[in-house]
Design a protein around this ligand. Structure first.
Ligand SMILES: [Zn+2]
Length: 508
């Protein structure tokens, strides 16, 4: 097969035995797979346009498009009255940055000026809408506040957002009530996607699936479950049943999809270990509670007992399995929270509290909490797309290896080495399926008239290099990446030009 490129487009696909057009330069990639540029459905690389150094972690994996703004966290809109609250919230995972914009459109204008390494398909985040409307308070919105959030969402959609994301374990999204989420997602109509980091991925995983389905059911909306996982040793083995429940909803006509990453560890901000009430009032209030013996005592009691419908990562993972991955000062990176407790001669929670105070809440973690068999089960499902869930670039430390390895790991470890997934179907779920889920026009297929986003990889050698110990090692076997007809990666090396575009959603 020969793919003929002309300008930014695929001008023709010439089948074996047919002649390519005269005068064309022919690049022989025989032995390699040519496929559409890969689409990372779950990225947190929203800040790439604002970084001086280009983040090439995804493009060298063959990713040409990243869906950003996930888990309720987008970089806009911003209410200038609440900018300090937003800045300290976002500072828990993003490297320090300014928010000099207000509306979502204004934010996109700033991002456009910085330029994109991969194509940028932004969602707007529910946490950010909530902060803009009424800060970080532990209560439901008033009618007026809900209308305000809805108006900001509408503006973001008109400016080019692909949908709404929620992160219901993070403040202030964890204070959201179901009516609030369904009222907001109803504004998406049938075009936009509601992508959710569900309220609970461990003990109450099944309830969370039901809640997510109910959220979009009333308006027949599109649900996308982010990083589907079974995050608690006591719940391991349930992935098949969880997928069955989603299949039942699909068969009943609901538009439901999911994504996953190929690892048994998760990663997020360290403050996600704290119980929900700890977050009421925003970062100042969190810091005050971290310094209060009474608050820590109550938190310790709460985290020791299951029962609440909120996520309890302390119980789900266990403190031994929670590894500090980055801190503002880079101290303690690579240690478990349990180990830090031993060193400081205190309980794990109190050790984490001391660290959070010292780091002004700027700390992330990697939590080892899933079962390999559940991971393989979700990766193999025909409606599973793939999302790296890599945390924002620029914090340093020891990030989760998924940032640098997700796509080559699926193709190497699970397709070739284990034979657990089929190559063509996996490529479909890395390309045309996500283009369809998010409504990304003219991408995701090798087809005449489509944009020439392409990857050539060697199925015999493709592999991830990144490990938990050495998480930024590059993958192997990704030979060429084209974005809009431009060669952006050659033999694993980024060619130095920000050839990504900001994408706008299809109307459907
Ligand atoms: Zn998430």
């Amino acid at each position: 097969m020969t793919v003929v490129l002309e300008g930014e487009e695929i001008a023709a696909v010439v089948l074996p035995g047919e002649r390519p057009p005269n005068g064309a330069e022919v690049i022989d990639v025989s032995g390699l797979v040519i496929c559409p540029g890969l689409i990372d459905t779950h990225s947190h690389a929203d800040n790439v346009p604002f970084l001086a150094e280009a983040d090439t972690s995804k493009v060298v994996q063959g990713v040409t498009t990243e869906v950003v703004g996930n888990c309720g966290f987008s970089l806009g809109p911003v209410n200038p009255a609440d900018v300090a609250d937003l800045q300290t919230l976002m500072g828990r995972i993003f490297p320090p940055m300014e928010f000099p914009w207000t509306s979502f459109a204004d934010f996109l204008t700033h991002a456009d000026a910085g330029g994109y390494v991969t194509n940028y398909a932004p969602l707007v985040g529910h946490n950010v809408l909530r902060v803009a409307a009424f800060g970080s308070l532990n209560r439901a919105p008033t009618r007026v506040e809900l209308d305000l959030m809805g108006g900001l969402l509408q503006e973001a959609l008109e400016a080019g957002a692909f949908g709404l994301s929620s992160g219901l374990i993070y403040p202030p999204g964890l204070f959201a009530v179901e009516e609030e989420l369904s009222a907001l997602s109803a504004r998406l109509g049938s075009d936009g996607v509601y992508a959710t980091h569900m309220r609970n991925e461990s003990v109450h995983l099944r309830d969370s699936i039901k809640e997510s389905l109910r959220t979009v059911a009333g308006h027949k909306g599109r649900l996308h479950v982010s990083h589907l996982k079974v995050a608690d040793r006591a719940q391991w083995g349930q992935m098949g049943q969880v997928l069955d429940e989603l299949d039942v909803a699909r068969e009943a006509g609901q538009l439901v999809t999911q994504d996953a990453y190929p690892y048994t560890a998760g990663s997020t901000m360290l403050t996600a270990m704290l119980p929900p009430w700890f977050h009421d009032g925003g970062s100042e209030a969190v810091l005050a509670r971290l310094g209060s013996a009474e608050a820590l005592e109550r938190a310790e009691r709460d985290l020791a007992q299951p029962g609440s419908r909120f996520e309890n990562l302390a119980l789900a993972a266990g403190w031994d399995n929670v590894i500090i991955s980055s801190t503002g000062t880079h101290r303690h990176e690579g240690k478990s929270v349990a180990q830090l407790g031993h060193e400081l001669n205190t309980s794990p929670l109190r050790a984490a509290a001391q660290l959070l105070v010292q780091e002004n809440l700027m700390a992330t973690m990697v939590m080892h909490m899933m079962d390999e068999a559940d991971v393989v089960t979700v990766l193999a499902h025909p409606q599973t797309a793939f999302g790296s869930d890599g945390l924002p670039p620029g914090t340093g430390g020891r990030p989760h290896p998924r940032t640098y390895g997700t796509f080559p790991r699926v193709l190497g470890r699970y397709v070739r080495d284990q034979g657990a997934l089929e190559l063509e179907d996996t490529v479909r779920r890395m390309t045309s399926l996500p283009a369809d889920i998010f409504g990304i026009p003219h991408r995701g297929q090798v087809r005449t008239g489509f944009v020439a986003d392409l990857v050539c990889f060697d199925p015999a050698t493709v592999a991830d290099g990144a490990t938990y110990e050495d998480p930024t090692l590059a993958p192997t076997g990704i030979h060429r990446v084209y974005q809009g007809g431009h060669l952006s990666v050659l033999d694993g090396t980024w060619q130095g030009h920000r050839t990504g575009r900001r994408l706008t959603p299809a109307r459907r």
